[in-house]
Design a binder for this molecule. Structure first.
Ligand code: ZN
Length: 151
């Protein structure tokens, strides 16, 4: 039997050590900053959006492995998708990591690589690390000028 926990850990470490789509995106149509003071995570998300679609997305992050890995996975998942789809992906992820009840196999599958992050459910502080990049992406889409903070 595969040890899911250590498999998940490997994926998270890989994304945090070799973040995908990291670095500034210039020019970009949307950008926002996020801040998780409890853990010290900081992220800036850049996007090029046209015709309701996220054509490109990059990020700069300084923080724990969870926050960087979540940002890296986010860019892979939302790049090239419709804005509505990107928002729905976050809503699904957010609902599941903040839910107390069980998660079905179908829900896990729908999360795709984000399923590797659901261990944060047991640690509310870690939920903030995992969701920070997503809140920041949403703020960028909404044109929020102030920094997003988890507090
Ligand atoms: Zn963190």
């Amino acid at each position: 039997m595969i040890d899911l926990r250590s498999l998940y850990q490997d994926v998270i470490l890989d994304h945090s050590r070799n973040p995908r789509n990291s670095g500034e995106l210039e020019p970009c149509s949307h950008a926002a900053n996020g801040n998780n003071p409890l853990c010290g995570d900081k992220v800036r998300v850049y996007m090029q959006v046209g015709n309701g679609k996220i054509d490109d997305i990059r990020f700069d992050a300084k923080g724990c492995a969870i926050s960087v890995a979540s940002a890296s996975m986010m860019t892979e998942l939302v790049k090239g998708t419709e804005i509505g789809e990107a928002r729905a992906t976050f809503e699904r992820f957010h609902e599941i990591v903040t839910r107390k009840g069980d998660i079905s196999d179908d829900e896990l599958e729908a999360l795709d690589k984000l399923a590797t992050l659901i261990g944060v459910r047991e640690f509310p502080m870690r939920v903030k690390c995992a969701t920070l990049p997503w809140h920041t992406m949403t703020a960028a889409l909404d044109g929020v000028a102030d920094d997003v903070t988890t507090e």
